[in-house]
Design a protein around this ligand. Structure first.
Ligand code: ZN
Length: 204
């Protein structure tokens, strides 16, 4: 494991501390759960720094992956730090310049593998990507199923609480599709599945 100390760029009042976050090819035992989660938050916040959510209020994008990780912990009862870190990072490869190699180098193969499983294939059309999520859901690893499930709970909650500027049919279509993905994930975590049903049923 390479460990570098925090370095300070020289300069006047504009100087800022930038912490190096290199972890090596596999998760090192010295990278504690807390350290892993804070590092994932730091990394994801930096990668998503210029992005906003589509919904009302255009909240900072990073609120979403934090909500997904919190949903896993708070509702799903998940305590595994690898799964929670992957939840924090789940949209970085799909929506930012982060690469699978970068995630593996920074967070290890376990976290990077989960993120890869929940990342859509960019070469597919939008419709094919949506169908692929339904088709692949039953074959995902358990941690990837959990992240996918919490992601759908949070997205449908957002459509309800912070509706994007979409026509009604598009919102309905999203919820119907999310329900199909969740149906393919049944048996993964009953608390998260019940939470999804509660939100989606209220929506429809
Ligand atoms: Zn997401």
């Amino acid at each position: 494991m390479r460990r570098r100390n925090a370095s300070r760029t020289s300069g006047g009042s504009g100087a800022r501390v930038r912490y190096a976050i290199e972890a090596g090819p596999t998760r090192d035992a010295s990278l504690t759960d807390t350290n892993l989660l804070l590092k994932a938050l730091y990394f994801a916040a930096d990668k998503h720094r210029d992005q906003r959510r589509k919904g009302a209020g255009a909240i900072p994008y990073i609120n979403h992956p934090i909500a997904v990780a919190h949903m896993l912990s708070d509702v799903g009862g998940i305590t595994d730090a690898t799964t929670l870190a992957a939840a924090i990072l789940h949209d970085t490869v799909e929506d930012t310049d982060a690469t699978p190699e970068e995630l593996e180098r920074q967070f290890g193969a376990g976290v990077a593998g989960i993120v890869a499983e929940v990342t859509d294939d960019p070469t597919l059309t939008r419709a094919a990507r949506k169908q692929a999520q339904i088709d692949h859901a039953p074959r995902l690893s358990k941690p990837a199923m959990l992240v996918k499930l919490a992601d759908k709970v949070c997205n449908v909650t957002d459509i309800l609480e912070r509706p994007p500027d979409w026509p009604q049919w598009r919102k309905d279509e999203y919820v119907r599709w999310a329900r199909e993905v969740v149906e393919a994930l049944r048996g993964t975590n009953s608390a998260l599945e019940s939470k999804f049903d509660e939100v989606a049923d209220w929506r429809e």
